[in-house]
Write a protein that binds this ligand. Structure first.
Ligand SMILES: C[S@@+](CC[C@H](N)C(=O)[O-])C[C@H]1O[C@@H](n2cnc3c(N)ncnc32)[C@H](O)[C@@H]1O
Length: 486
């Protein structure tokens, strides 16, 4: 695709094909951005690997998304311009509308600077016409929080209106890093090779990398805007101008300000700047990452547990799959689950801890605190969120930690299913007697239990026969629970 820069590719011992999981010894060729094993091709944007399981098709998806974003932006601009045609307004109203138009224009310019600058073209593709661009801008404020709202700039005057811009805010990035630093310290471990899942605009992953001594950090996110910006600001070290717009007036606050976003390492960074070369922005899907299972010392999930489209049990399995035995999981964020989960899936803190313990993790640290969240210097309203931080150590390959029985309920209901049902990635123990009732299909299922297979791995085999539209895991799990276990 666009080879404007050499690809900033993580070391091969951390990489695997996102589609077929072949590693660099069995067909995946990171330098060529292709996989000999499954014949898939991948691409980069300005040297950032964009390695989705959808392969090269993701490039067209993003071209289309970019075109949709531009269209939305142009519609917004046209709407604010149309209001200026009304000749019955106060001169000061007109002046405000002019500023709003300028803001909308600046927003479009910022998008183009970032995405065209990364080598992407805005092209509509009919097959992706139903892809909605709104979710791309849903996390726009994270860019501002991560890179634009340092407390010292907040009280500058707006150049046009000469109004004071807003108020001082606390540095949320520093508070976030501190929460992770305290959790890490409690474990007595180092970060080593680290995967940050859903890294967003990237700030925490960079701060951790530089301040807390990771050897390599992979900051992976699926959001085109956020991860491209992270790559631009950190790896390419190119500044960016990002406007913030508040269409509703607040007294003493500017409605529009253009922030400049250079990446400024904190003055007290202890690590030389060259260490940034071992930090990698990657675009990809957390559920099919371009990464090699079992080779990360640490996995970090900041503000990700509740908004990844799947339930916590699936995240536990995914983290365990990519960690080394005895590796470290650092989680931080609230439990503000997205609407895609049903009430049974919106697990509480205690329920997640129970599952972690059943999966063999050792929970070594937990903390709950209320903290400022996305508080812009341009906004009089303030928001807080309850943040849960934990550190948990993954089980070793052949032995688990002593089970933390004090973290489990003293008397679980007799109806509670076994751990391998609750967590379908766990192996099914071999010493269970199944009631196959002379049924050939049930016998076939029971025969797969060998002390290694899990409900997930059995479902994986069945999926080929059942077809993609059926939920293989649900069918296999129900067969075990409803028939084989009774
Ligand atoms: C609430 S944001 C948090 C971002 C960042 N960690 C922070 O604290 O600012 C959640 C992030 O997860 C990303 N995300 C959600 N599902 C994902 C997936 N399947 N693969 C990769 N990233 C995903 C979103 O794009 C978004 O950037």
């Amino acid at each position: 695709m666009h080879h404007t820069a050499k690809c900033h590719t993580p070391p091969s011992h951390l990489l695997a094909c996102p589609k077929c999981q072949a590693d660099t010894h069995s067909g995946f060729e990171p330098e060529q951005q292709r996989c000999q094993n499954c014949s898939e091709h991948y691409f980069d944007l300005a040297g950032m690997p964009c390695w989705f399981d959808t392969g090269i098709r993701q490039h067209a998806v993003w071209q289309n998304l970019y075109a949709n974003m531009l269209e939305r932006g142009e519609t917004n601009l046209a709407q604010s311009q149309a209001l200026l045609n009304d000749k019955t307004q106060l001169a000061s109203t007109q002046a405000r509308l002019h500023r709003l138009c300028a803001g909308n224009q600046a927003m479009l310019a910022a998008l183009n600077t970032l995405l065209a600058g990364a080598g992407l073209s805005a092209i509509k593709h009919a097959e992706y016409a139903d892809h909605d661009a709104s979710h791309m801008l849903q996390y726009y404020e994270l860019l501002l929080r991560d890179w634009a709202w340092p407390a010292t700039e907040a009280l500058d005057a707006d150049s046009e209106t000469n109004h004071v811009i807003g108020r001082n805010t606390v540095d949320e990035n520093r508070a976030e890093l501190n929460r992770i630093a305290v959790a890490l310290k409690a474990t007595g471990k180092g970060l080593g090779d680290t995967w940050v899942i859903g890294a967003g605009a990237g700030r925490l992953s960079v701060d951790m990398h530089m301040q807390l001594g990771a050897s390599h950090t992979i900051a992976l996110d699926a959001n085109l805007l956020l991860i491209t910006a992270a790559h631009r600001l950190v790896t390419q070290n190119i500044a960016w101008q990002l406007p913030e717009l508040n269409s509703r007036p607040q007294h003493g606050f500017a409605t529009h300000h253009v922030w400049s976003l250079p990446y400024r390492p904190w003055p007290n960074y202890t690590t030389p700047r060259e260490h940034l070369q071992n930090w990698y922005a990657m675009a990809g899907n957390a559920w099919q990452p371009p990464l090699k299972p079992g080779c990360f010392d640490s996995v970090v999930t900041p503000w990700f547990m509740d908004v990844n489209g799947r339930e916590p049990a699936a995240l536990i399995a995914q983290v365990q799959k990519y960690l080394k035995p005895g590796g470290l999981w650092l989680n931080t964020g609230p439990l503000l689950y997205s609407a895609s989960l049903n009430d049974a899936q919106k697990l509480s803190h205690d329920e997640i801890i129970e599952l972690l313990v059943l999966a063999g993790f050792e929970v070594v640290y937990q903390n709950i605190e209320t903290s400022a969240y996305l508080n812009s210097p341009l906004n009089a309203q303030q928001r807080t969120e309850q943040i849960w931080t934990f550190a948990a150590v993954a089980p070793l390959a052949n032995a688990t930690h002593p089970v933390q029985t004090h973290l489990l309920p003293a008397h679980p209901l007799p109806t509670q299913p076994p751990a391998w049902v609750l967590l379908p990635h766990l192996p099914i123990p071999i010493n269970i007697t199944f009631n196959t009732q002379g049924n050939a299909v049930l016998e076939q299922l029971a025969a797969k239990v060998d002390g290694v297979n899990s409900l997930n791995s059995i479902a994986e085999v069945m999926r080929a026969n059942l077809g993609p539209e059926k939920d293989a895991l649900e069918i296999v799990r129900n067969a075990f629970v409803e028939y084989l276990l009774v």
